[in-house]
Design a protein around this ligand. Structure first.
Ligand code: MRU
Length: 342
C-alpha cells in the first residue's frame, strides 16, 4: 500500500490524494505553511492523517525557527500552532495532535533540542496510529460475519491514517482472517473520496468492491444486499454522537429503517469529551465550487446558491457500536464511553 506521508531530509512528503487514482504523485512540504495548504486542499485528509501531518507541520516550524533566537523561535512555533489549528475545523485529531506537540515544548531547552523532541513526537504519532489501527481491526473484525456485505462511505482507510485504516482496517482484518467480505463503496459526493480512494485501496488489496453513487445506498439495502454499514469518524462527542463525512447520517437512518447494524470505527484520539453532544461540533463548510463543478467541469449554473457542509452528525441512538483500540462500545452513551476509553 502507498504511504500517506513520509519524513525525509527535513521535509514532509505527502502522497497527493487530490490526484489519486489517476496519478501517484507527491507534494513536498518544506515549511509549516505548506502543511496548512495541503490540509486545506485535501492533499492529506482523513482525521488521523490530518493530525499526523499537523504534528510534522510543527516540526517544520521548529526546523526553520531553530536558526533564530529563542524568542523568535517560540513565536514561530506559536504562529504554526495557530495556523495549523485553523486549517480544518471538524476532525478533532488535528487539535489532539497539536496539543500533544505543544506539551513537548520545554521553553528551558535549546531550539535544536526542542526540534529533536518534536520530530520524535511526530514520528510517534504516525507510528502509533498504524499500530492502534491494526489493533482496532483485530477487535472489530469480530463483528463481521463469516460471509458479509459491508457498505462504507468516504475513505477511512490507510490513506486517511498512519496506515491500515479505521473502518477499512476492520474490513482488511476480516479479509485477512479468511472471511468472505465484499464491500459497497459509496462514491461520496462532492469530492469522491469513496470512488477515488476507497475503491482504489480495496482493489489494491484484492478485496471485492462495488462502487455505487451515494443515492443508490437505500436501494441496495432494500434488496437485502447489505449486512452492515461501517464508517470512520472525525469527532465523537461525550454522548457518542459522531461527525463524519456528509452523507453518513443518511446512511445511519437508512440502516435503521432496514434493521441493518451501523458501526463506526475510530481511535480514542477522535473522541472529544469536552463536547456534550453532536450539535456542538463545528462543521466545516467548503467552497461552493466543489458542488458547481465536477473536477473542472461545470455541472451547475455558475451562480446557483450552494450549501456544502463537509460533514454531518449521526446521533448515538442510530449507532449499534463504536469500535476503538480500547474495545467495542456497544449502544454508545456517556457512561459506557467513559468506562471504555478513559
Ligand atoms: O474530508 P475528508 O476526506 O478529510 O473526510 C474524511 C472522513 O470523513 C473520514 O471518514 C474520517 O476522517 C475518518 S478517517 C479514518
Amino acid at each position: 500500500m502507498l504511504e500517506t506521508m513520509r519524513w525525509a531530509d527535513h521535509q514532509l512528503i505527502l502522497l497527493d490524494q487530490t490526484k489519486l487514482p489517476g496519478e501517484v504523485c507527491y507534494f513536498t512540504c518544506t515549511n509549516y505553511q505548506d502543511v496548512v495548504d495541503a490540509i486545506k486542499r485535501l492533499v492529506v485528509r482523513g482525521a488521523p492523517a490530518i493530525g499526523a501531518a499537523a504534528a510534522y507541520g510543527m516540526v517544520l516550524a521548529a526546523w526553520s525557527g531553530s536558526q533564530k533566537d529563542s524568542a523568535a523561535f517560540h513565536e514561530e512555533l506559536g504562529h504554526a500552532a495557530r495556523e495549523l489549528a485553523a486549517s480544518r475545523p471538524t476532525a478533532v485529531n488535528l487539535f489532539w495532535a497539536l496539543d500533544r506537540m505543544k506539551q513537548r515544548i520545554n521553553p528551558a531547552q535549546a531550539p535544536a533540542m526542542i526540534y529533536q523532541t518534536l520530530l520524535e513526537e511526530a514520528h510517534g504519532i504516525l507510528r502509533e496510529d498504524l499500530i492502534l489501527n491494526q489493533k482496532m481491526g483485530r477487535l472489530g473484525q469480530e463483528l463481521i460475519p463469516q460471509a458479509g456485505s459491508i457498505l462504507t462511505h468516504c475513505n477511512a482507510g490507510a490513506l486517511a491514517t498512519g496506515g491500515y485504516g479505521t473502518a477499512l482496517g476492520v474490513i482488511r482484518a476480516a479479509h485477512e482472517a479468511g472471511k468472505k467480505v465484499q464491500v459497497f463503496a459509496d462514491e461520496t459526493r462532492p469530492l469522491l473520496q469513496g470512488a477515488r480512494l476507497t475503491a482504489f485501496e480495496l482493489m489494491e488489496e484484492n478485496i471485492p468492491v462495488t462502487l455505487i453513487t451515494d443515492s443508490m445506498a437505500g436501494s441496495v439495502m432494500q434488496k437485502g444486499w447489505v449486512d452492515l454499514v461501517l464508517v470512520g469518524a472525525d469527532r465523537i462527542t461525550a454522548n457518542g454522537d459522531v461527525a463524519n463525512k456528509i452523507g453518513t447520517y443518511s446512511l445511519a437512518v437508512l440502516a435503521h429503517a432496514h434493521g441493518i447494524p451501523f458501526y463506526v470505527a475510530a481511535p480514542v484520539s477522535t473522541f472529544d469529551l469536552t463536547l456534550a453532544a453532536g450539535e456542538d461540533i463545528p462543521i466545516e463548510e467548503r467552497s461552493p465550487e466543489e458542488v458547481r463543478n465536477i473536477f473542472g467541469f461545470q455541472s451547475a449554473p455558475l451562480d446557483v446558491p450552494v450549501f456544502n457542509p463537509a460533514f454531518d452528525v449521526t446521533p448515538h441512538h442510530l449507532i449499534s457500536a463504536i469500535i476503538t483500540e480500547k474495545g467495542i462500545i456497544h449502544h454508545p452513551d456517556q457512561e459506557i464511553i467513559k468506562k471504555i476509553i478513559l
